[in-house]
Design a protein around this ligand. Structure first.
Ligand SMILES: Nc1ncnc2c1ncn2[C@@H]1O[C@H](COP(=O)(O)OP(=O)(O)OP(=O)(O)O)[C@@H](O)[C@H]1O
Ligand SMILES: [Mg+2]
Length: 501
């Protein structure tokens, strides 16, 4: 057991005026399985990068462990997977195979080219290789994106058996499955707590509830004190007036002194109440309702996909997809990694993908599309607004409601955190006038508060949608229909959207 000590720690990016961390003090035991949580842009990735020694800071980080970061940047991807292992850790082959088996992965993949593995397999390989380096402390930054539900569960089980890591994730189930401590970057401070995500959340909500009722009490108390103060002043004025011509000056003087004491007392209590009030609700997260620009299409059927087969390099990746999208329906496209879910959406968006079959879109159908990938976003917010021809003030209002600080609007989009970039594209989509929203993994990188806001706005407006989302919570709540893509061996079998929820 050893400790990582972060003392009197302050950091700001050179290009921006706001502090990410100010006078922070944290101690972490290296045996912990520590979940790192906080809203998008609070500095989770930055903290991990600081531990890796990437930036200069004021204060101290004391530790004796070696830090490793996930996602690990594999320099040469077009090599055998066994060579990727060799690049990261020096372990014997049998140990590597055993580690892969813990993740339910077959040893055959060691002899496959790394760049031909699915995203899920690549994640498993990199985690296994990093954990094989005994004594290292892992900084795992959002490992579960693009992983299907089954793989998420497996990776969660694997992490539960490990220790000595910090895990950043916004997936509630995933965190609960594997952590024993939580480090939360709140609005105004940083806290450490024992337990998993759910116990942390319960404690956080209880604290907010208690502070809200204390706040109410103080507000009432202050109103009472104000009334008392006014009355004391009135009495005091009356006593002053009665001094003129009074025969018993001693009595009146005594009464005036008593009045003064009472007034000082009230003033003191008011000051204390104000101080106490200032300490409350600093960390409360506001999640106002969002709006969307959904319009109903003039016909019942928006889209008809008939016997569509998607092909890559003349290989069929998914055969005979068959469904019709009706007004108000929300189809969740399900299926393992690599089944062609994103390709199907791209195809509907008329991207150049080889296919057979028939796709009919309604005439003059307005579609708002959110792509899975936000890595290429760059430039200023104003240019972004201009490119998409959306209402700037509505766009900024939505972003503010999603937790953006005003200062963020002046930043370059390439400097945004991953979650902030995702918020940008979702806010854009909500601003766009559309009959149909096509969203490819909308919740990736989003903090839990914004996930909830997105869920709420969909429940309120009931738009027509086609989406892919691995967050079970969301798809269960939002979808009206499921379309499960399977790699069917039988050519006559169809992938149909037939399961109404
Ligand atoms: N290279 C950079 N230059 C300037 N500002 C940056 C840079 N990288 C990040 N930031 C800013 O620092 C803040 C913290 O970013 P960071 O990526 O650490 O957030 P995060 O908590 O990991 O968010 P997310 O949950 O979205 O991943 C954000 O406001 C972001 O805009
Ligand atoms: Mg991050």
């Amino acid at each position: 057991m050893s400790m990582i000590e972060i003392k009197n720690f302050t950091f700001a990016y050179e290009s921006s005026g706001d502090y990410i961390f100010k006078d922070i003090n944290v101690i972490v035991d290296t045996d912990w399985k520590l979940g790192l949580v906080g809203r998008n842009g609070r500095g989770k990735t930055t903290l991990l990068q600081l531990l890796l020694g990437k930036y200069e800071y004021r204060g101290e980080i004391k530790s004796t462990v070696q830090f490793d970061y996930f996602p690990y940047a594999v320099k040469e991807q077009h090599v055998l997977t066994i060579d990727v292992f060799a690049d990261i850790c020096y372990e014997e082959e049998w140990k590597i195979k055993r580690e892969l088996s813990y993740l339910d992965e077959k040893e055959d993949i060691l002899w496959q080219m790394f760049d031909t593995l699915s995203k899920g397999q690549q994640t498993k390989v990199l985690l296994a290789a990093l954990f094989l380096n005994e004594g290292h402390f892992l900084l795992i930054d959002e490992p579960n994106h693009h992983l299907d539900k089954e793989t998420r569960e497996k990776v969660g089980h694997y992490l539960k058996k490990k220790k000595s890591f910090i895990l950043v994730s916004h997936d509630r189930y995933f965190l609960d499955s594997c952590i024993d401590h939580v480090l939360s970057i709140n609005k105004m401070n940083i806290e450490i707590q024992i337990g998993n995500y759910s116990s942390w959340l319960e404690h956080f909500k209880n604290t907010q509830k208690k502070e809200l009722s204390q706040n109410e009490y103080i507000k009432k108390d202050m109103a009472r004190l104000k009334r008392a103060m006014l009355q004391t002043r009135q009495w005091s004025n009356q006593v002053e007036a009665s001094k003129i011509g009074a025969t018993d000056k001693g009595y009146v003087g005594h009464k005036a002194a008593k009045m003064m004491k009472r007034s000082k007392n009230i003033e003191f209590r008011e000051k204390k109440a104000l101080e106490k009030k200032g300490q409350l609700l600093k960390n409360i997260e506001v999640t106002d309702d969002l709006k969307m620009n959904y319009v109903k299409y003039h016909k019942d059927v928006l889209l008809a996909v008939k016997d569509v087969t998607i092909m890559y390099d003349s290989k069929h990746i998914c055969q005979k997809i068959d469904f019709t999208l009706h007004q108000g329906e929300r189809i969740s496209i399900e299926g393992r990694n690599g089944r062609g879910k994103s390709s199907l959406l791209k195809l509907i968006m008329k991207e150049d993908i080889a296919y057979e079959g028939d796709i009919k879109r309604g005439s003059q159908l307005l579609i708002s599309y959110v792509n899975q990938n936000t890595d290429d976003l760059s430039g200023d917010i104003v240019d972004y607004v201009h490119d998409y021809q959306i209402d700037e003030s509505l766009f900024k209002t939505i972003l503010r409601k999603m937790g953006f600080e005003r200062i963020q609007f002046d930043k370059k989009i390439e400097e945004f955190s991953k979650g902030q970039k995702k918020k940008l594209v979702l806010a854009r989509s909500l601003c766009e006038k559309a009959h149909l929203y096509i969203w490819d993994e909308p919740l990736n990188y989003l903090d839990v508060y914004t996930r909830q806001q997105i869920e709420n706005v969909i429940k309120e407006y009931q738009p027509t949608m086609l989406f892919i989302e691995h967050d079970r919570f969301f798809s269960d709540e939002i979808a009206t229909t499921q379309l499960r893509l399977e790699k069917n061996n039988n050519k006559n079998e169809k992938n149909v959207a037939n399961m109404h929820i």
